[in-house]
Design a protein around this ligand. Structure first.
Ligand code: FMN
Length: 652
């Protein structure tokens, strides 16, 4: 009895302590730990079906999204539901018990839509990972579930839209009914156009399937109501993320929703001349408990350019110091505000909203309502329509002429939108990702990034500047000044060195594509220092001129002299005829084939559109020629290397 009492007491004490720990996670604020799929079954909080039922809804739109496009599309579909007598709800699969899909049929005329992006090698986004695995491994009976899928992808990737294609197929296999055919959006062309073209056929198909009629209304649907404050409330956000109640009290684990405010310890120029700039930046992660591997990605939350922000205030004729909140009119929604509120308009435009993207058509449609000049109104409406002239005008005036919201308001002077409405319409400012350019073995307490400062002239004669790189360029630490900090987190990647250091590797990384390879080389150097045998390590690097933009020259030459690295350099503008890394690869066919046949690995990093495609073609030709193969055999050989993770790409 005594023993039982002791065990019982200790268990009770441990449980109590753990529950306290969980609740104090976010600065004393109650916080629900994500349940695993096993605990999900019993969870009622995550039952989206219950939520739909209690709020009289029949449409749920799930999104798998990394950089916000899928989430935005899902939001638009859910909002539009009311036009078709289907009240909708957006849902993050990571926050839902997805096994509840089997119960959706209990709601009459219910529909689940999935807006799913594909990443890497046909992988789902982080927030859709668990759902994807559940679909792959489970055998739930989804008979009676009505669904439709829209995929977000990019045709330059080999695994184009694979996640959406799989989900669409798998849901049918599990017994669900496809209400409308799979839509595929291509980010390389015009994903907005693909989406609206799909959506415009999707809704009539839904109406026909359920025997419902559209309300015919084409009114603007606002999701949030405005509250402005005359006296500043106690808590006003000034740029921090919602979970970071105080930047001084940051707590791990750090991720996209809870970034770490890292000190910049080094920020130096890498180009030695010319008018372009490339930064080498080191972020201090010593106290963060964050770990990284060579090849991982560093995410940086940037801040918008203050000139652009001020321009929006002037164009909308609004005092940017006004404190406001956007409050979801849907009280059931888990998303109370579109970004941390209350805050000033200046904060919202500086920290939370993307003001440099080309706005999507639904933004133009809403802006049209604020035009006093009928011609300007018609122009915006036309661009938002699905007519061929409208699409062509959108492509020319917005995409090719590269207009952001500021440019549109400048060039449509009668358009004076309510700033709170504009804040609702603009997408959230997303973190920017960089391939980490250091190895944790040499730099355990810092992560390094290598980034070219983006700046170019648009066809309308305006200078567009990259949000993050322009902002980071100013952040040069000075000894006598307070530390410069930046919100960051680390995203794991599949871009990995072979486990055995003796495996030979070829790295192809022109320009800043060399970034992850600096980390790889440092890692192999560290193995060599530890007395391990290190295999052939070949780097193909290319840039314009040796004296101008050959980054990390001294460091790479040090590793070359030390016998670790074989450097292959292509300087395109140092001689009359252009030389690129592909030319060097062609010449080195024997070396490459030899490394392949010795179980070596090939890595490609940098520009996805031209460089990666050209490199792949050269490699295929080498395999075909040196391996005495047909074109098909060479492709199969290449494919096999990819499957074995012996060919990896980190391209953008
Ligand atoms: N699209 C594909 O179809 N297949 C891929 O393998 C793929 N990999 C990607 C990898 C990276 C690093 C990036 C930046 C994009 C990739 N894409 C790929 C394109 C994205 O899926 C596409 O841009 C999509 O619109 C992103 O949606 P999101 O903003 O909701 O995350």
């Amino acid at each position: 009895i005594l023993l039982a009492l002791i065990i019982g007491g200790v268990t009770w004490w441990l449980l109590k302590r753990n529950s306290k720990k969980d609740n104090s996670f976010s600065n004393g604020k109650s916080y629900t730990i994500q349940p695993t799929s096993l605990t999900m079954q019993n969870s009622t909080d995550n039952s989206f079906v219950k939520k739909l039922q209690s709020s009289g809804r029949s449409l749920v739109v799930f999104y798998g999204s990394q950089t916000g496009t899928g989430e935005e599309f899902a939001g638009r579909l859910a909002k539009e539901g009311v036009r078709y007598r289907m009240k909708g709800m957006v849902a993050d699969p990571e926050e839902c018990d997805m096994e509840d899909l089997v119960n959706l049929k209990n709601i009459p005329n219910s529909l689940a839509v999935f807006c799913m992006a594909t990443y890497g090698e046909g992988d789902p986004t982080d927030n859709a990972m668990e759902f994807y695995e559940w679909l792959q491994n489970g055998d739930a009976d989804l008979t009676g579930l009505n669904y439709a899928v829209f995929g977000l992808g990019n045709k330059t990737y080999e695994h184009y839209n694979e996640v959406a294609i799989y989900i669409d197929k798998r849901l049918e296999e599990l017994g669900a009914t496809r209400v409308y055919e799979l839509g595929l959006g291509d980010d390389d062309a015009n994903i907005e156009d693909d989406f609206i073209t799909w959506k415009d056929k999707f809704w009539p198909a839904v109406c026909e399937y359920f025997g419902i009629e559209s309300t015919g209304e084409d009114i603007s649907i606002r999701q949030y109501r405005l509250e402005e404050y005359e006296d500043a409330p106690d808590r006003v956000y000034t740029g921090e993320m919602a979970r970071l109640h105080s930047l001084k009290n940051q707590r791990p684990p750090y991720d996209a929703k809870n970034p770490y405010l890292a000190k910049i310890t080094v920020n130096r120029e890498l180009f030695t001349s010319g008018d372009r700039h490339c930064m080498h930046i080191e972020f201090d992660i010593e106290d963060s408990k964050m770990r990284y591997d060579s090849g991982d990605h560093l995410a940086v939350y940037p801040v918008n350019n203050s000139e652009l922000v001020e321009k929006i205030g002037k164009l909308c004729e609004k005092n940017l110091d006004t404190i406001f909140s956007l409050i979801n009119t849907d009280e059931e929604s888990s998303k109370k505000h579109p970004f941390p509120c209350p805050c000033s308009y200046r904060t919202a435009l500086t920290h939370y909203l993307d003001i440099t993207q080309n706005p999507r058509t639904h933004v133009l449609k809403e802006l049209a309502e604020y035009c006093s000049d009928p011609a300007e109104k018609e122009k915006l409406k036309l661009m938002a329509s699905t007519s061929p002239e409208g699409k062509a005008l959108y492509q020319k005036w917005i995409i090719e002429d590269n207009r952001n919201i500021v440019h549109i308001l400048e060039d449509t002077p009668s358009c004076k939108p309510a700033l709170d409405h504009l804040c609702e319409l603009l997408p959230r400012l997303q973190p920017r990702y960089y391939s980490i350019s250091s190895s944790p073995r040499l730099h355990p307490s810092t992560v390094h990034a290598t980034a070219v400062v983006v700046e170019y002239k648009t066809p309308t004669g305006r200078i567009n500047k990259g949000v993050a790189t322009t902002w980071l360029r100013e952040k040069i630490p000075k000894e006598d000044q307070a530390a410069l900090t930046v919100p960051i987190f680390i995203r794991k990647s599949q871009f990995r060195l072979p486990t055995k250091p003796q495996t030979p590797i070829i790295m192809i990384g022109p320009g800043t594509g060399v970034a992850p390879f600096r980390g790889f080389i440092q890692e192999r150097f560290s193995s060599k220092e530890d007395g391990k045998q290190v295999g052939q390590t070949v780097l193909y690097f290319g840039c314009r001129k040796k004296t101008e933009d050959y980054i990390y020259q001294a460091e790479f030459e040090k590793y070359e002299n030390n016998g670790l690295l074989t450097l292959k350099l292509a300087f395109s503008r140092d001689q009359p005829q252009k030389v690129y890394v592909t030319h060097l690869l062609e010449k080195d066919a024997d070396l490459i084939w030899n490394i392949f046949e010795n179980n070596g690995h090939l890595y490609i990093c940098g520009d996805a559109k031209s460089m990666a495609v050209d490199v792949r073609n050269v490699i295929l030709r080498i395999i075909q020629e040196k391996g005495n193969m047909t074109e098909e055999q060479a492709q199969a050989y290449y494919k096999k290397m990819e499957t074995q993770k012996r060919i990896s790409m980190d391209v953008w």
